[in-house]
Structure formats: C-alpha cells, structure tokens
Design a protein around this ligand. Structure first.
Ligand code: NDP
Length: 258
C-alpha cells in the first residue's frame, strides 16, 4: 500500500515498466481526489495498450497525456494541457521516470549513444521540471503548510546506482553501460542543482534508485519484481521531508553516496 498522499501527480514514461507499475499502485490506494497524469510518448500506440486499459478502468483518476522527453515542444504542450486541467490547485508530485539505456565502454560507445542517453535522461527531466515549475510552485503555495513533502510539492528523479561516481566503478565490469551511467551522473547533478534552485519555493527535489528490476530495461536476470521496487519507492516517496531534499536514496530508503 502506497503511503503517498499527494493529490495531483505526473509521471513520465508511464506506459510500461516501473512507470506503469507506479500508476497502477497509486490508483489502487484510492486516495481521495487523486489525479494522475500518466504521460507517454505514444498514447495511441501498441506499447501503451496496458496504460489505456488501466485508464479505462479508472477514468476519473488517470488522464493520459502525450509527453516525449526528447522533444521540447511536446514537453511544453503537455504542460499547457496539464495546467489547464489542474486549475489552481497545482501539481504536488512530479516523477521523472522516463529513461533509456545504452551499452558501451570507452572503446565502443558511439557519439549517438552519448547524445541519445543525454537527451532522454538529462535534458528531458530538465525541460519537464522547467515547464511544470509554475504548477509545482502553485501547489507549494496552496498547501499553506511549512516544510517539504511529496504531498505538498516534490520532484523525484528516477536515477540509478549506475549514476553514482563512487559506487559505479566496482560495478562497471558487470554492467558495461557507459553512456547510461554518464547520463545518470548528469541527472544526479541536475537533481542537486534543481534542489538548490527550488529550495526557496519549498519544493522537495531528490534522486531515487529503484533497485535492479525485471523490466524491459532491467532484463530477466534482475532480482526484483516491479511490484516490490515500486512499493518500496512509494513508501520512500511518502516518507520524504526537507531532510531528504537534494539527496539520493534507494527503494529501501538507504542513502546512496554520490
Ligand atoms: P523500461 O525500459 O521498462 O521503460 C522505460 C520507459 O521510459 C518507457 O515507458 C519508455 O516509453 C519511456 N521513455 C523512453 N524514452 C522516452 C522519451 N523520450 N519520452 C518519454 N518516455 C520515454 O525501463 P524501466 O521501467 O526499467 O525504467 C524506468 C526508470 O528507472 C528509468 O529512468 C531507468 O533508468 C530507471 N532504472 C531502472 C532500473 C531497472 O533495473 N529496471 C535500474 C535503475 C534505474 P516507450 O514505451 O515509448 O519507449
């Protein structure tokens, strides 16, 4: 059961994997007045069928919105659409979950892989935070409570242990995914600097590692099921306070060193 009590929530990459599981669990906990903006880059395509099915079962909770993290105009258009649906209440929780992986080492990584991972995993979240900032600010103001929490206004960047400069070297032989790790280290820096900028507005901002999970990205050998990872992440998200602002945790709540 999710401990998240945020009303208005937006998730990127919500059509499969961890994003879809997050929407599912947030829908199951039937928090009153909850509204989930489940965004994906191709709402009508075959890869979004499961999300469409879920939205059909919960039409008053889930709204599917097109958002391609690689396309600035799509991010902007999505924010205008969501803004018009939110009214004055603002956006309480923004989860930057969309991401891509590219394998490679110094010897084998192509400039294309570097650019693509950077586009989706760093520039995407930057644009999403930028375009949705007015709605997060509105939610922080509307809450009328001091301090920080995901129920008030928060940005959660789904990162990875692979983006930890201190942890990744010992994992590199097992996971030779240099473009991915470099981009996620970039996402981690984005998180820390966004936290610095958003502090004055009391918008919580942190990075979260889901564990190694059985999804299209994580593969079959991963030890964790999406259900367990997302249950853990939602428990962590629900328990965040200003103490965690600018921090990096995993799905169990353990701090990960940068
Ligand atoms: P999946 O590959 O299963 O799903 C990725 C999601 O991101 C899909 O919904 C995909 O949409 C979406 N996406 C990719 N590019 C874009 C884009 N340009 N715009 C919008 N959406 C996009 O991955 P996971 O669910 O496993 O991963 C979710 C997050 O968790 C990622 O950020 C990942 O880095 C992180 N993570 C995952 C781990 C794991 O073991 N699984 C471990 C550590 C971190 P589409 O269907 O259109 O491609």
């Amino acid at each position: 059961m999710a401990a998240v009590k945020a009303c208005n929530i937006l998730i990127t990459g919500a059509n499969r994997g961890l994003g879809l599981e997050t929407v599912k669990q947030l829908t199951e906990d039937s928090w009153p007045k909850r509204r989930i903006f489940a965004t994906c880059r191709d709402p009508d395509g075959p890869k979004s069928e499961a999300l469409r099915e879920l939205a059909k079962q919960h039409p008053s909770v889930i709204t599917i919105i097109r958002l391609d993290a690689d396309d600035p105009s799509s991010v902007k258009e999505s924010a205008e659409k969501v803004g018009s649906l939110l009214g004055n209440s603002g956006l309480n929780l923004l989860v930057n979950n969309a991401g891509i992986v590219a394998k490679g080492t110094i010897q084998t990584s192509s400039p294309e892989d570097m650019k693509n991972t950077f586009n989706t995993n760093v520039i995407g979240p930057l644009l999403v935070i930028k375009e949705y900032l007015p709605y997060l600010q509105a939610a922080a103001k509307a809450s009328g409570t001091p301090g920080m929490s995901c129920n008030k206004a928060a940005v959660i960047n789904i990162s990875t242990m692979g983006g930890s400069i201190s942890k990744m070297p010992s994992l590199y032989e097992q996971f030779p995914v240099l473009p991915y790790c470099v981009s996620k280290a970039g996402l981690n820096m984005l998180t820390v600097l966004a936290a610095e900028e958003l502090k004055a507005d009391e918008i919580l901002c942190m990075a979260l590692h889901p564990g190694w999970v059985k999804t299209d990205m994580g593969g079959e050998k991963a030890p964790l099921e999406p259900k367990e990872s997302v249950e853990g992440m939602l428990r962590v998200i629900g328990s965040l306070t200003e103490k965690h602002h600018g921090g990096f945790l995993d799905y169990t709540g353990e701090t990960i060193p940068w």
